[in-house]
Design a binder for this molecule. Sequence first.
Ligand SMILES: Nc1nc2c(ncn2[C@@H]2O[C@H](COP(=O)(O)OP(=O)(O)OP(=O)(O)O)[C@@H](O)[C@H]2O)c(=O)[nH]1
Length: 354
Amino acid sequence: MAILAYAIASVIAFAGVFFNLSYYGKDVFLIIFYTLVGINLVFLVTIHLMPEITITFAKRMLIFQLIIWFVGFSITLFFMADLKFLLLIASIMAFTFSLSYLKFKISLLFVCVISATYFSISYIGINYFQHPGTIEFEALVLISYIPVCIFVAYMADRENSQRRQLKHAFENIERVTQEREKIMQQLKQVASTDELTGLLNRRAMNAKLEEEMKRFYRYHISFCILLLDIDYFKKINDEYGHQIGDLALIHLAKTMQSAIRETDTLSRWGGEEFMVLLPATPIESARVIAERLCLSVEQSTMEIDQATIRCTISGGLSKITANQSLEQAIQIADTMLYQAKAQGRNQIAVSANT
Ligand SMILES: Nc1nc2c(ncn2[C@@H]2O[C@H](COP(=O)(O)OP(=O)(O)OP(=O)(O)O)[C@@H](O)[C@H]2O)c(=O)[nH]1
C-alpha cells in the first residue's frame, strides 16, 4: 500500500514535468530535477557498491538523501508555481510511504518543515516573482494539507506500533514454544533415565520392549532378553557402606555398557538388577554376548580407599517366541537368572524354550 502511494506520487510529479505545466517552462525545471536525481543516484550506487560500508556511513547517506529530497521539493515547488497544490498531494502520498517507518513526532516535524517551506515559497513567489494565486489561498491550502498529513502520520504510527506489538507477541510465542520444547525434552530425559547410573530406567526399557514386540509381530524378527543381577551385592554395601555401593553400581553400569554392542540396550531394571535388550539376535549369539559381559565384569576392578572391589554378575537369558507374551519372556529370563544363581553365580543360564 505504502509503495503504491509512493509510486503514484512519483507519477504525479513526473506528469507535471511531462505536460510542461510549470510556471517557468520545462527546460529549467528538467535541468534542476535531473541534476538532483543524478546526485542521488550516484550516492545510492556508492552505498550499494561499497562492501565495507558501515551503519554510520549509511545513516549519513540517508540524511544526505533527505536533504536532496527537501531541496528538490523546494525547487520544484518554486518552479511549478501553478502546480504547487498537485505537488503537495504528491508529498502526502510520498509521505505515506516514509511515514510507515517514522515515529509520530518526527512525522509532525516533517509536516511542519514542508508547510513552512511551502508557505515561504508561496509568499516569495507571489510577492516577488509574479506567481499566480493569493497568499490567502495558499494559507487555505495549508490548512487542509496539515490535518490530512497529521491524520496519515497518526494512522501510520498506530499501524506501526500494532505491527511492532504483533512482532513482539510472535517473538514471545516463539521463545515460549522453544523453552517449552526444551523443558519437555529435559522432562522426557529425566523421566526415562536412571538417576544413579544414567542408564535407561525400567519404565523407558518397558517402552523399548513394547516397541520391539510390535516389530516382532510385524516382521517376525525375534529378540533376546538378558536379565542380570550383581552377585552378593549386599556384602559390598555391608562392608563398604551404601555410598561405595552406589559407586560400585555406577562403575558396573559403565563396564557393562562398554561390553555390549551399540544396537543393544542396557537398562537398570531395579536395585542391583540390569536388563539388556538384544534386538535381532539369535539365542546363541546372545549367549556369547552375555558371557562376554560376565567376563568383563569379573575382570574389572574398582579401587576405593585402598581397597580393591571385585564383583561378578549372573544372568538369565530368554528369547521371544511367537506363542508367548513379553511378560512371559521376562518371567522366563527371571527364572533363568534364579537358576544361574542357584548353580553357583557368575554365569549365564539360557532358556531351553527357544
Ligand atoms: N548402594 C546401593 N545398594 C543397592 C541399591 N539398590 C539395591 N541395593 C542393594 O542391593 C542388595 C541386594 O541384595 P540381595 O537382594 O540380598 O542380593 P545379593 O546380596 O546381591 O545376593 P545375590 O543376588 O543372591 O547374589 C541390597 O543390599 C540392596 O540394599 C542402590 O541403589 N544402591
